[in-house]
Design a protein around this ligand. Structure first.
Ligand SMILES: Cc1cc2nc3c(=O)[nH]c(=O)nc-3n(C[C@H](O)[C@H](O)[C@H](O)COP(=O)(O)OP(=O)(O)OC[C@H]3O[C@@H](n4cnc5c(N)ncnc54)[C@H](O)[C@@H]3O)c2cc1C
Length: 209
């Protein structure tokens, strides 16, 4: 188990400036540099690595979270992530719930200090494409897709995009409002939403169960 310690090499001091519940057990978190400086842009699909201490055990936690929001922003001051609470397995009451996702969903408040590494990752979704794009997301896997769509929404020429988005229920579907807003801004975007137990739109003979 790692011990409590200061920021590791390559991490920048940041603070939480806003949090928002975006679905059942999913919290979106906005981060800003402690010195208020500009932040580098990223490619849609990339993630940041965040580090903080568990407020209960003091253990140092380091986890990756995909960036949400447009990848390109003039004079960027914030990064945004969204974290789903990960419970312990049903058959293992002896285990703790997911540690970082507990911090993010239960303990985080404005001004909470957190260390963040620069955006990175090879999972990059090209924003410009001459061919139609199909995105498939399950649950919290929607985060890099939101970044991709909000980046495309800023382009003059928007490719056709179809998003297939599956969730257990409407309550657990993160970013429903933002997807509706994106559809209003992007005539080229179509979405198939799937929910468990026959609740969703099921075109093309798709079955969920
Ligand atoms: C590139 C990348 C991007 C990501 N983007 C996102 C994102 O946008 N949003 C998001 O929510 N997540 C994302 N993740 C996942 C995220 O990094 C974390 O893995 C997730 O939040 C869980 O971390 P945790 O500390 O809460 O759980 P952990 O503490 O790591 O626990 C995970 C699970 O393991 C169980 N467990 C604990 N100890 C044991 C044990 N001894 N034996 C067996 N099981 C045990 C826990 O009960 C829990 O169910 C991403 C991951 C990667 C790699």
């Amino acid at each position: 188990m790692r011990s409590r310690s200061g920021p590791s090499r390559g991490f920048k001091d940041m603070k939480v400036i806003h949090t928002q519940r975006v679905a059942d057990e999913v919290t979106a978190v906005w981060l800003q540099a402690l010195d208020g400086g500009n932040l580098p842009d990223y490619f849609p699909g990339q993630h940041i690595t965040v580090q903080t201490n568990d407020p209960v055990s003091g253990e140092q936690l380091i986890r990756c979270y995909s960036l949400v929001g447009s990848a390109v922003e003039e004079g960027r001051k914030t990064y945004q992530i969204a974290v789903r609470f990960v419970p312990r397995p049903h058959d293992r009451p002896d285990l703790p719930d997911g540690r970082m996702s507990t911090v993010m969903n239960r303990h985080l408040a404005v001004d909470h200090k957190i260390q963040v590494q620069a955006p990175s990752g090879h999972f990059v979704i090209p924003a410009e494409s001459t061919r139609p794009i199909v995105l498939v997301a399950g649950g919290i896997g929607i985060t890099p897709m939101i970044s991709h769509l909000e980046t495309i929404a800023t382009l003059q020429e928007q490719p056709r995009v179809h998003l297939v988005y599956a969730n257990r229920s409407r309550e657990t579907e993160a970013f429903a409002d933002r997807l509706n807003q994106l559809q209003a801004r992007m005539p080229s975007l179509t979405i198939t939403r799937l929910w468990g137990a026959g609740e969703g739109e099921l075109p093309y003979g798709v079955r969920v169960g």
